[in-house]
Structure formats: C-alpha cells, structure tokens
Design a protein around this ligand. Structure first.
Ligand code: HPA
Length: 271
C-alpha cells in the first residue's frame, strides 16, 4: 500500500463529489443517527470506492456521506472497520488516510464503550484524553508512507487538547454527564474477562472498547487533530453481576443517540 494506493480511493471520491470538506466524522456502533441530520447529503457506498474496505457489522451502515452539519462541510463514515472483522491492522489506516487526502482538517471519532471506572454510568460520555493499547499490532506497521508522516512519530498529544476543551465546554448545557478519561483497546470480538477488566483498572483505564485506537494512531501519524468520544453503553465485565451483550450495547447506544447527536452538533458548530 503505497501513496498511489490511497490516492486512488481519494481520486474516485473527488470525481463523484468535487467539494472540500473540513471535518471528518467516524460513527461508532449504534451511533449512526447523526448521519440522518446531515443537510444536502450525498452518499457513496464503501463498495464503490477503489481500495477501500467494506463493513461487516450489522449496526454499521457502510457508506460515506458528504454534506453540511451545524454549518460545516463534513464527511461522515457511517460504519467503521475493526480488527475483529478480520482486517489486518495495516488495512485500518485506510479511512483516516482517505480523510487526509480529501482535505479534512479535523476528525471526530465516536464509539460505544464499556465502563471500567465505577464512577461512570451507562449513558455517560467519555472524552478520550489518552489510550492504552497493549495488544494487537500497530496500523503503522510495515513500510512507512513518507507522504503521510515520519517512520517514528510522537503520540503524547494524539487527542487534541483544544478540541477536548471545546467538547468539555459543550457538555455544560447538553444534559449529558461528560467525563474525560483513558480508553483501553481490546481486540474483541469477545467481551473482556472480569480479570482483564480489573487489570485494565489497575493500569489506569476508565473505559474499554474494540475500536478507535487504530484510527487515532493513523491520525497522529499524519498530524490530523482528533477528538474521540465514547458513549458508555454498559458497565464492563465483572463490574456488575450482569453479563455483557452486543444487544445491551446497541440498546444503550440507541437510547442516548438523540442527545448525543445534539452534543456532537454543538461541538461541530464551535470547532
Ligand atoms: N467491551 C469492549 N467493547 C465494548 C464494550 C465492552 O464492554 N461495550 C461497548 N463496546
């Protein structure tokens, strides 16, 4: 996958939608309702984009949507890619690199996450301030594509301080409980064991999930400012007596979806 490989996807998208976009958005599990608020939407099916990937998760729509949201030109990925679907880590750079080549200047990522921090509740939001990834490979593994960034790169400020500040300010009138915390990546597709969750807590995690970090690392590599928001859809394994299920995650995401959409719109307005 050299620079030309990624450019082929971007050239196709530009040939269908020849407009500039300012903000890129990637929507997580069950959080697709934001997509229905986009004004003058133009959609491209992932399947039609050369060298792109195809979603295999039911709650992910699998399309790229262009349009206006809260007065800003945006491109939205409704449906994202995870390593548990069988993609190689190296392939997971593709979405953010497409954003970069389309001129996106800031990216917002959303996800559903399980709470490790027992002060959190289902329906809360966590602004990700840092992450822990101790398993799975780096998406930047393999030959470096110098056009995007250097071989070795800093990740101490991956989650933009200024975007986090805006997200915190927007929390005030949102009716949502918003925290700032550390997200820990687990590969999935199985949920974690209670022992893994206890370990995650000792390591400093506040919430856990199976996405986001590959995109965040790719964004850091190409110097793309990033805001990542987790919707707490469940307490992580062993925190309560309940078993964790995909259904519970989808139900909780759907319940909060409307307020969360308003919150994200407000953030976009102020960016
Ligand atoms: N674990 C991993 N990923 C998740 C969870 C969880 O508990 N909830 C939502 N995504």
């Amino acid at each position: 996958m050299d620079y030309e490989f990624f450019k082929k996807s971007a050239d196709y998208v530009r040939s269908v939608i020849p407009c500039e976009t300012e903000i890129g958005i990637i929507l997580g599990s069950g959080l697709g309702s934001l997509a229905s608020c986009i004004d003058s939407p133009v959609e491209i099916d992932y399947r039609d984009i050369p060298n792109f990937l195809v979603s295999t998760v039911d709650s992910h729509a699998g399309k790229l949507i262009f349009g206006t949201l809260a007065g800003k030109k945006i491109i939205c990925m409704s449906g994202r890619f995870h390593s548990y679907e069988g993609y190689d880590y190296e392939q997971l750079v593709i979405p953010i690199r497409l954003f970069k080549l389309l001129g996106v200047r800031k990216t917002i990522i959303t996800n559903a996450a399980g709470a490790v921090n027992t002060d959190y509740n289902v329906g809360d939001i966590m602004i990700i301030k840092d992450h822990i990834k101790l398993n799975g490979a780096s998406p930047l593994r393999g030959k470096n594509v110098d056009e995007f960034g250097p071989r070795f790169f800093d990740v101490s400020d991956m989650y933009s301080k200024s975007l986090r500040k805006i997200a915190l300010d927007c929390a005030e009138n949102s009716g949502l409980k918003v925290h700032e915390g550390v997200y820990m990546f687990f590969t999935g597709p199985q949920f974690e064991t209670p022992a893994e969750i206890r370990a995650a807590r000792i390591l400093g995690a506040d919430a856990i999930g199976m996405s986001t970090v590959t995109e965040a690392l790719t964004a850091a590599h190409c110097s793309m400012p990033l805001l990542a928001l987790s919707v707490i859809t469940n307490m992580a394994a062993g925190v309560t007596e309940n078993k964790v299920s995909g259904e519970e995650v989808d139900i909780a995401a759907a319940e909060i979806s409307e307020r969360f959409t308003e919150y994200v719109k407000e953030i976009i307005k102020r960016i």
